[in-house]
Design a protein around this ligand. Structure first.
Ligand code: PLP
Length: 411
């Protein structure tokens, strides 16, 4: 029933130039982890760094560590490391807060740069937090801003002269469909609007070229493909042309030009630091900082190449083993990120049955099974075995129990 033989899989693993990277991660025995698009696996170095941060820097260094361990500069030093992964120039990325909060900040900046326009354009099916924040900000501004949602296929045609900001997620979290960032940004600029990209499912998954695409603003997650750990801080990008005079509405003291002058009035820090708000979460930042070393010496094009090969093996094997699952992610690599999604009316229960067997992916409403392909720590044998497990769960109806149909708080 499978298309690829075990010996061919063994050959692929033996010849894998990225095979060594798996050793950089802690992966539990008996688990095939296909959810790195939701919470990246733990880089071993991150655990050691957290221990050092807690025991040495906090425990012994105490408050001195803001200077001696450079805690105060982490938002920028970690931002520089992420900049290299997303095609951003030095000084254009800062790490702070969550993706949700960063979106609020940069969307507010973008709207302020187009004061005579009132439309935030996005697509139906974009990640809810992005849409909630956009409509919340529109209400807060009280100037009649509108969040305009159009079906995915109609976005390009909807970039009209009343649009202030085109706010899109490069890779859709449900389907894995990937947008043409450069092309859409060009159309956005032609219409006199600004582009804001959510890179939640892009950063660390494949080469992103923010500068090449001439994107205006971007945000993204630290805990997905960047492996920064649960609730890791997020990043924000602002194109160099908007850095001078950058001002955002969450005017916290650490985004001040001179926080330790304790001046009575707010004055934004020059450049990207104006996106900082309050005291950074140092333990989380340190974990993310160290987690990024998992990318050392690895070219994102190579990562993407392996992701595509893993994807092909996985999807063709699932297709053979479980034809009742409907693939919904485009097979053309140019049109997708690195996840593979399938549709089935019993998707939730099927995923629970898989997780019980150690194959961890996730479920997304209303009927989607989602599997993340993360080539830093996945082998060909992993995706091959996962596809076999899916075939077994479907053939035996192992999912068809009340236990697997009961939804947990976090799905
Ligand atoms: C995961 C994800 C988020 C998460 O935002 P948080 O603030 O980290 O909770 C936001 N947007 C998209 C598109 C996502 O996929």
């Amino acid at each position: 029933m499978s298309h690829v033989s075990r010996s061919r899989i063994q050959e692929l693993d033996a010849g894998d130039p990225l095979a060594h990277a798996r050793d950089r991660f802690t992966l539990p025995e008996g688990v095939i982890y296909l959810d790195g698009n939701s919470l990246g696996a733990m880089p071993k170095a991150a655990a050691g760094r957290v221990a050092t941060t807690v025991e040495e820097e906090w425990g012994r260094g105490l408050i001195r560590s803001w200077n001696t361990a450079d805690w105060i500069d982490l938002p920028r030093t970690v931002g520089e490391k992420i900049a290299r992964l997303i095609g951003a120039a030095s000084g254009t990325v800062v790490v702070a807060d969550s993706t949700t909060l960063n979106l609020f900040k940069v969307l507010a900046v973008a709207l302020s740069l187009r004061p005579d326009r009132r439309v935030i354009l996005s697509e139906e099916g974009n990640f809810p937090t992005d849409l909630y924040i956009a409509s919340g900000l529109a209400d807060l501004l009280g100037k009649g801003h509108e969040l305009r949602l159009v079906p995915p296929a109609q976005v390009a045609g909807a970039i009209t002269s009343d649009v202030a900001v085109v706010m899109l997620t490069e890779v859709n979290y449900r389907t894995g469909f990937k947008r043409d960032m450069a092309g859409l940004t060009r159309m956005t600029h032609d219409a006199g609007a600004l582009s804001l990209w959510d890179l939640a499912h892009s950063a660390g998954a494949f080469p992103v070229d923010l500068a090449g695409a001439d994107a205006d603003f971007a945000v993204g997650c630290g805990y997905k493909y960047l492996n920064g750990g649960p609730g890791a801080p997020a990043f924000a990008y602002v194109a160099p042309r908007f850095l001078a005079g950058l001002r955002q509405p969450l005017t916290g003291w650490l985004g001040h030009a001179r926080p330790f002058a304790f001046a009575p009035n707010y004055e934004p820090a020059p450049g990207i630091d104006a996106l900082r708000v309050g005291t950074p979460s140092v333990i989380g930042m340190s974990a993310l900082d160290e987690a990024l070393t998992a990318f050392d010496g690895i070219a994102l094009v190579d990562l993407r190449r392996k992701a595509d090969m893993l994807w092909d093996v996985f999807v063709s094997e699932v297709d053979g083993a479980a034809p009742e699952l409907t693939p919904i992610t485009p097979s053309d690599p140019a049109l997708r990120g690195t996840q593979a999604s399938f549709r089935h009316p019993e998707a939730y229960a099927i995923m629970q049955a898989l997780i019980a067997r150690g194959v961890i992916g996730d479920y997304r409403e209303p009927d989607i099974l989602r599997f993340g392909i993360t080539p830093l720590y996945l082998r060909y044998i992993d995706v091959w075995k996962a596809a076999r497990a899916i075939g077994e769960v479907m053939a035996t109806r192992a999912w068809d129990t009340p236990e697997f149909k009961r939804k947990a708080k976090v799905v």
